[in-house]
Design a protein around this ligand. Structure first.
Ligand SMILES: C[S@@+](CC[C@H](N)C(=O)[O-])C[C@H]1O[C@@H](n2cnc3c(N)ncnc32)[C@H](O)[C@@H]1O
Length: 292
């Protein structure tokens, strides 16, 4: 349901909250639809980043590379990939920078998929994948040079608590590198807030924060905020392509077979596209560091 009455706005931030989302539904979504993502989009379950008219596969890699560059990831770095999907980022960082990557995902199927994919692409010596909830995960203090997360923090229920954990997992001087779907800076009510709510509901996000919220959570965790880059205009065509592919391939029928949640998800591709176009949503990368 997406009635205005269900829209909850938190007064202390720009965060838009969608209280009906359940963790079990997020897990089921990725267990059910990972094959769907692979066929519809590619190895990475994230937006593409376009400079020009590159292919979607190239644009997906460009986003990964742009985040690695913004975070200044060094060769041989020890990386935690939070919400690793099919292992796209983990394998890329292992292959191109010889990073040692631990990937975690909520989905058991994705954990096996990522492990198998890493084996096939020759990086299994540098990667390991676990099925664990990032909000419950425990790692040793200062275990990682980089905590990396592309399009997973949207799914977390307590985002400030997550950044507290991240701060402990980073070695002094280490960096957290995030790509995230964001609520627009001034979105507090009205049709724009409703659009963000509809995206949260359709894509199983308990909330979407603004770039200012992320900065606050990082700073409250004691991290030093480094950089925010707004990539909205360079990622938006992801949804034009996905919408077209769904229409051309009859994927909506497969979605229907997978149930109401997957049908709603596909039906909301247009909503997210409109939300980016209207400014209700932004997309960006955020970098912060643990003080040395
Ligand atoms: C949009 S996909 C992004 C996947 C991957 N980062 C990529 O870019 O290809 C979101 C990922 O977050 C994971 N995820 C969602 N909630 C999570 C949680 N609480 N703990 C760990 N992973 C989670 C999902 O299992 C999925 O792999």
């Amino acid at each position: 349901m997406c009635g205005a009455a269900r829209l909850i706005l938190l007064k202390h931030s720009h965060m838009i909250d969608c209280p009906d989302v359940r963790k079990s539904v997020i897990r089921n979504h990725y267990n059910l639809t990972t094959l769907f993502y692979r066929l519809l989009w590619g190895r990475h379950i994230h937006h593409g980043l376009w400079n020009d008219s590159e292919s979607p596969a190239r644009a997906q890699l460009q986003l990964t590379e742009a985040l690695a560059s913004a975070a200044g990831i060094q060769p041989n770095a020890t990386v935690l990939d939070v919400g690793c999907g099919m292992g796209g980022s983990s394998i890329h960082l292992a292959k191109t920078l010889n990073c040692n990557v631990t990937g975690i995902t909520l989905s058991r199927l994705q954990r096996h998929w990522a492990g198998w994919s890493s084996f096939r692409r020759g990086t299994s010596g540098n990667t390991s994948f676990r099925c664990v909830d990032a909000e419950l995960a425990e790692f040793e203090e200062a275990a990682f040079d980089v905590v990396w997360s592309i399009e997973c923090t949207e799914h977390l229920f307590d985002k400030p608590a997550f950044f507290q954990k991240v701060a402990g997992w980073l070695r002094p001087g280490g960096r957290v590198a995030i790509c995230a779907w964001l609520a627009g800076d001034d979105v507090t009510d009205g049709p724009a807030a409703q659009q963000v709510y509809d995206v949260c509901e359709g894509f199983f996000c308990p909330s979407l924060g603004s770039s200012a919220d992320y900065r606050t959570w990082m700073e409250q965790a004691g991290l030093e905020f480094d950089d925010y880059q707004d990539w909205t205009d360079r990622v938006t065509q992801t949804w034009e392509i996905c919408r077209r592919r769904v229409e051309q391939t009859g994927m909506r029928h497969i979605a229907r077979l997978l149930g109401v949640n997957t049908t709603m998800f596909v039906d909301r591709f247009n909503t997210i596209l409109e939300a980016y176009r209207s400014g209700a949503m932004r997309y960006g990368c955020l970098i912060a560091r643990r003080r040395s």
